[in-house]
Design a binder for this molecule. Sequence first.
Ligand SMILES: *Cc1c(COP(=O)(O)O)cnc(C)c1O
Length: 469
Amino acid sequence: MAETSQEAAGSESLRQLPSVDRVLGEVRARARVGPVGHELLVQVVREVLAERREGVRQGAPEAPHLAAVVEMVESRLRAVTAPSLRSVINATGVLLHTNLGRAPLAPEAVRAVAAAAGFCNLEMDLASGTRGSRQDHVVGLLQRITGAPSALVVNNNAAAVFLALSSLAAGREVVVARGEQVEIGGSFRMPDVMQAAGVRLVEVGTTNRVRLSDYEAAVGPETALLLKVHRSNFRMVGFVADVSVGELRELGRQVGVPVAYDLGSGALVDLRRRGLPYEPTVQEAVADGADLVLFSGDKLLGGPQAGIAVGRQDLLDRMRKHPLYRVVRVDKLDLAALEATLRLYLDPEAAWERVPVLRMLGASTDHLQERAWRVSDKLRATGADAEVVASQAEVGGGSLPGAALPSWAVRLRCPSISAQELAQRLRSATPPVLGRLREDAVWLDLRSVLPEDDPVLEETVVSVLSSVP
Ligand SMILES: *Cc1c(COP(=O)(O)O)cnc(C)c1O
């Protein structure tokens, strides 16, 4: 069949496309992208050429010449070789932002991670030269800080809950209030977790009210655990009634069933001391008589991702001996960061000054406003449209739901581009800056930025604005 004139033009254009070898030679000669092996290089060149060929078939006016193909290859190689996980500036006003890695670590914890990254005495008792337990590095600290008889650390709190249910209650019943059937992000729903752990859920009370008599009626020979779950990411107001840990403990003692408390956030200091809303602390849960308290390392505690269980030695022993324990084992880098973070809590006043999440929570609005003025002055000096505005930050990460933290922000506008585009450009900067879109502007909230990062924030915003046409 005769070629149509369009097909003829297409095959003419395809002949213009350079060969794999010519592109390879040129990319190697220019040496613009960091070390990549021969196979990867060939693969990328083939990919780019195949896409261009397809482009011509789909009616692209012309196949690119050598120089253009080489640039495409280099740009793809840069994307492959560039680090994906990077440090960012969180100016969203959400302190524990799950998408931004929850709690930032204290410098002490960062140093401990670096030190543990090589060989370390993870499971070695240096005094005797015999095998030790990785738990030994944190158990003593957790005992002293929380007042609990013992402790066990695993990979995250979801794992701690799952391990506790599996090892203490598999095949038996666990009693939980209906109003505590929480969902922590789509993949962690209490009823599903219980089912997966092989536990029979016995729900008591109604959505909004539960009484001790409901628990009493539900307890039987099959009951393995009374579980209380902190409503960490939502609040119930109005006609509500709860049963305290203390009351549950009394019942538990009478019927010989342990009480476990999934505290979620795991604050180790009383937030009311800095004018913040009440959040139950681990120490209180222990003092109120919970036999087992489970909480996260990277929420209000301000450390690395970890699940921490504190409480009765016999219960923790059963958890440690269960096969799942090995599956959810905490790694050495997390453990190093956790140990260093916990050490900061040996002096709670010092913790407020050094644990980043607590520093952000405790920052005075006067100080935040002062910083907002300083940042906006710097930006305005370069001609930017930057104004200081009162703002509301939040804890996030499923902690202190509904608690608005008064804050100050720099409201940024750029006359030639939309707020969305400005936000996109800020996200593409080095380091990426994450703000909040509001009222056709990008708000940079200073409560989620540590003061020492203000200069980098200023410089980055200035350079982004200067690159806007
Ligand atoms: C956050 C939370 C969890 C899950 O903890 P991770 O450390 O994120 O795994 C479990 N239970 C409650 C009540 C929580 O708030």
